[in-house]
Ligand binder design. Structure first.
Ligand SMILES: *[C@@H]1O[C@H](CO)[C@@H](O)[C@H](O)[C@H]1NC(C)=O
Ligand SMILES: *[C@@H]1O[C@H](CO)[C@@H](O)[C@H](O)[C@H]1NC(C)=O
Length: 422
């Protein structure tokens, strides 16, 4: 069977990995560039790997994925089990549910009531917690090198006979449909590619390829920043855990070997709305890869406040070495989508990462293909269905804080070169 997978991010690659394991599929993966795709949400230095979830399904999947991050030959060299410090205000329901779920699953964590509790595990912990901040440490969590793990899987797939098509002939302009079927895709070079099955795994670009999707998916940008540490600071923070603060949405990683501190906010994000000729509007990422963008003032201010809390005044006032807007696709309840499109019977959607997909890279394909072949039980099929009649509002999963998604000045999203010549 000829399968076209649109998107070489973790949803597309992991689905290909599972189909390859099953055998009998002739797979072609399309994307704008070779993976790791420069402006995708599966690039750069690191991603949080955690089973820490209020939702039991993701908690269980997270524990399953961590086993592969620890042992699987394609993943284990790219996983760093630094531990995770998960904080929240005293009444954080998400944190408490996550703590309880992990205990139930036999993977207990250590409660943190104050700074001393942290220093017992991370002796170089530097700043003081505020009185209302508490949480726990999960020592099996950590982070993964996003680019290297994506490369590792892509290389393996090439060896397994999967074809990658990139550049203009890998950039999908639209789906070609015929009545209730998708017959193929049209690419930027004006060519058409046909297939028996099309898997749409285009991350933040998915919504723009799906006609009449009606905000089932919403593309949002999230602010990411990098600060250069001095050698002394790098040593101080080298043995830090990944930090995730559910009060502010702020998260950060232990510094890279070159002393780069990466931090971001798991918030509601900002939209970038484009109006099409037919009057339809859609939030879409910019088409050109952007190496550096200015963050919205509000986001920069909040990130700096959090840097002050967790890394002290000095670092919080330093200029950013690099900033980036990371685009991903939210679904209304932050559940992924693994389902056939209701109108096009051979269009399978493997998308809706909602900013929490990467950690599941080793197992996403198992669930995606499990839904595709209708092997999983009905609870899973319902959880990841495209049509969810009870889902009336965009409420996500209770893990986001900060300002609600807002439209951000599209001028700011132009490539720097274009801004400079304007
Ligand atoms: C996981 O946490 C949720 C939220 O607190 C709770 O409803 C659920 O019962 C927990 N699951 C288990 C198996 O304890
Ligand atoms: C590609 O498909 C579209 C839509 O079916 C059609 O209009 C177009 O002529 C095709 N282009 C090529 C190069 O075959």
């Amino acid at each position: 069977m000829d399968v076209l997978i649109v998107g070489a991010g973790v949803f597309g690659l992991s689905t290909a990995l599972e189909l390859t394991k099953r055998g009998g599929y002739k797979i072609t993966i399309l994307d704008r560039s070779l993976p790791p795709v420069v402006d995708g949400s599966s690039v750069d230095a690191n991603r949080i790997i955690r089973p820490d979830y209020a939702d039991m399904t993701y908690c269980m999947m997270g524990l399953e994925a961590i086993k592969d991050w620890q042992n699987h030959p394609l993943f284990r060299n790219h996983f760093y089990p630094s531990g995770l410090l998960l904080l929240g205000p005293s009444d954080s329901m998400y944190r408490d549910a996550s703590f309880n779920n992990l205990s139930v699953m036999g993977s207990p964590c250590t409660k943190i009531h104050n700074t001393e509790d942290i220093r017992r595990i991370y002796s170089t912990w530097y700043t003081e917690l505020k009185a209302h901040q508490r949480g726990y440490v999960n020592q099996i969590s950590g982070w993964a090198d996003a680019e290297q793990s994506v490369k590792s899987v892509a290389n393996y797939l090439v060896q397994q006979g999967v074809t990658f098509v990139c550049g203009p002939s890998g950039t999908v302009k639209k789906l070609i449909t015929d009545d209730d079927k998708v017959v193929g895709v049209e690419t930027m070079d004006g060519q058409n590619k046909s297939a028996d099955l099309v898997v749409l795994a285009a991350g933040a670009w998915t919504a723009s390829l799906l006609p009449e999707q009606q905000y089932r998916l919403l593309t949002v940008g999230q602010p990411v920043g990098f600060i250069q540490l001095t050698e002394e600071e790098r040593k101080r923070y080298r043995n830090y855990p990944v930090l995730l603060d559910f009060e502010s949405g702020f998260y950060s990683f232990p510094p890279t070997r070159d002393g780069l501190l990466k931090f971001s906010r798991h918030g509601f994000g900002f939209t970038r709305t484009k109006e099409y000729e037919n009057g339809k509007k859609e939030s879409v990422p910019p088409l050109l890869p952007i190496s550096s963008t200015t963050l919205p003032k509000e986001a920069e201010k909040q990130l700096r406040t959090c840097l002050h809390t967790f890394y002290g005044k000095d670092i919080s006032q330093r200029s950013f070495k690099k900033t980036r807007i990371c685009y991903y696709t939210d679904t209304a309840d932050a559940d992924f989508v693994f389902d056939f499109h209701p109108k096009y019977k051979n269009l399978f959607l493997s998308t809706g990462g909602s900013g929490h997909g990467f950690k599941f890279f080793p197992v996403l394909g198992k669930y995606s293909v499990g839904c595709m072949l209708r092997e999983l039980n009905i609870e899973y099929l319902k959880k990841w269905a495209w049509e969810k009649p009870d889902l009336k509002e965009f409420k996500l999963d209770g893990s986001r804080t900060g300002p609600l998604a807002y439209e951000y000045d599209p001028e700011m999203f132009k490539p720097l070169s274009e801004l400079n010549s304007a």
